[in-house]
Design a protein around this ligand. Structure first.
Ligand code: 5CA
Ligand code: ZN
Length: 440
């Protein structure tokens, strides 16, 4: 599928440090050590509704990963999926009397617009579940051939992965069985389905039900793919095993990322004898809530990026408001966050419009240090606040540095992804030059 246009990315003097991130599997902050090109897979949207600020916060966190890696001198191969066939999509289309394909295409188009407005670097591969079905089916056939998966004996044609044969199961989340069963039941699993070998076995293929769309499937059974094998397949087909970061919101820790890893590890062990891991680090963004609850489509307590944009809100203020909290802290969205971001943006823009300012080198170094330390965006923002305050408060006797505002402007753009007015010419990802414009 088409992704979205890349924003211009300024090249900064020197290079940034190694990026450290919190890995859920190890339960600690670890150094990422990409071999040359850094490889990242981030779970994409299920396009049955517009992008809300929770989704946006998660994609902004991984956009910082992308930017910090590039600043450290790595090329980045970023992959994102679109779950363009799944229960919620069919349910919403049915509720609204709409064709599910039209719904998915419209919401995916809106997501692209939101990501473009928020200046999120696009993935190199943006891949839908539907277009991946032939490869997903081939993978399920392989698991059936090896006796690692089974067809349920009730005439539905549903296929499950036998997790009792997956030695790495549990390694990603670290959860005990009771916790797994709870999240499995809450998040789309079917622990009480009759005929399964193990209660936690995840579905790989769902045989066709009346009125549901279907595709040719494993063992000749028409149906549609399970959710976890979708992401396992898309990652394996693009960046392969042992990639650097598997990302998503913390609601994906279990079951989704556990089972994506288990599927992929079973497939590669079978095909090549290579033992995992699927990803070197599993990184999870915390949840954004509203009015005391997690923001979620099912609860309906949503603030949409496109709605704010439609009201004329500067997307850079939305970006700055979301980045003013740490990506691993559950937090609530409030209008105050946006007001603070407007004020901050105005101050920063006044400071970078000046010909001279407080020294830029410590700001650039500080931004690199803060962001490479598990994406400390609040710490990074505080440094720019201090620089802008010093620059704007300078009197006639203070010695200011010519050109410092341009360097800070470029650093804020390249590392935080916030475009300010008055930046100098910059280099695009494709090597061409241009000039940034706020909100472009
Ligand atoms: N299509 C699957 C992933 S393969 C999916 O979870 N789609 S989604 O549309 O429900 O969510 C898209 C991304 O936003 C996921 O990474 C999810 O973890 C994240 N997300 C959902 N709700 C929130 C929230 N309230 N706060 C932060 N991130 C969220
Ligand atoms: Zn996924």
């Amino acid at each position: 599928m088409l992704a979205w246009p890349a924003p211009l990315l300024p090249t900064l003097p020197g290079t940034g440090p190694v990026l450290k991130l919190h890995d859920t599997a190890r339960g600690e902050v670890v150094a990422t050590n990409p071999d040359g090109t850094a490889r990242m897979y981030v779970c994409g949207i299920t396009p049955y509704d517009a992008t809300h600020l929770g989704h946006a916060a998660t994609y902004l966190a991984f956009d910082l990963v992308n930017r910090v890696w590039r600043d450290a001198g790595h090329a980045v191969h970023y992959v994102q999926n679109v779950t363009d066939i799944d229960d919620p999509l069919l349910e919403r289309a049915e509720r609204d009397g709409e064709d599910w394909v039209v719904l998915a295409m419209r919401e995916t188009a809106l997501f692209r617009e939101d990501m473009t407005a928020l200046r999120v670097l696009p993935p190199e591969d943006y891949i839908g579940a539907v277009e991946s079905i032939p490869r997903i089916v081939a993978h399920i056939e392989d698991l059936l051939d090896e006796g690692l998966a089974y067809v349920l004996d009730d005439g539905t044609g549903d296929v499950y992965h036998d997790v009792s044969q997956a030695p790495g199961f549990g390694g990603e989340s670290g959860y005990d069985e009771a916790t797994m069963l709870r999240f499995f039941a809450e998040r789309g699993g079917d622990p009480d389905r009759a005929g399964k070998r193990n209660r936690l076995d995840p579905m790989l293929w769902r045989g066709q039900r009346p009125g549901e769309p279907s595709w040719a499937g494993p063992r000749g059974v028409a149906g549609r793919p399970g959710w976890h094998i979708e992401c396992a397949t898309i990652a394996l087909e693009t960046i392969g095993m042992g990639f650097d970061v598997q990302g998503g919101g913390s609601d994906l820790v279990f079951p989704h990322h556990e089972f994506s890893a288990v599927h992929a590890e079973a497939l590669t062990a079978t095909a090549t004898g290579v033992k995992g891991p699927f990803a070197r680090a599993y990184v999870h963004a915390a949840m954004i809530g509203l009015d005391g609850e997690k923001m979620s489509k099912s609860r309906g307590n949503l603030v949409f990026v496109s709605k704010l944009r439609g009201e004329g809100v500067d997307p850079m203020a939305i970006r700055l408001a979301l980045l003013s909290g740490h990506y691993r802290t559950d937090r609530f969205w409030t209008p105050d966050l946006l007001d603070a971001a407007f004020a901050r943006l105005a101050t920063w823009r006044r400071a970078v419009a000046l010909p001279a300012g407080a020294p830029a080198a410590p700001v650039l170094q500080g931004l690199r240090e803060r962001l490479s330390d598990d994406l400390d965006s609040p710490g990074a923002i505080a440094l720019v606040d201090a620089w802008a305050a010093a620059t704007l408060a300078a009197g006639p006797d203070d010695v200011l540095e010519d050109g410092a505002p341009t360097v800070v402007c470029d650093a804020v753009d390249a590392l935080l992804g916030v475009a300010l007015d008055s930046c100098a010419p910059v280099t695009a990802l494709d090597g061409s030059t241009g000039t940034t414009a706020a909100g472009s």
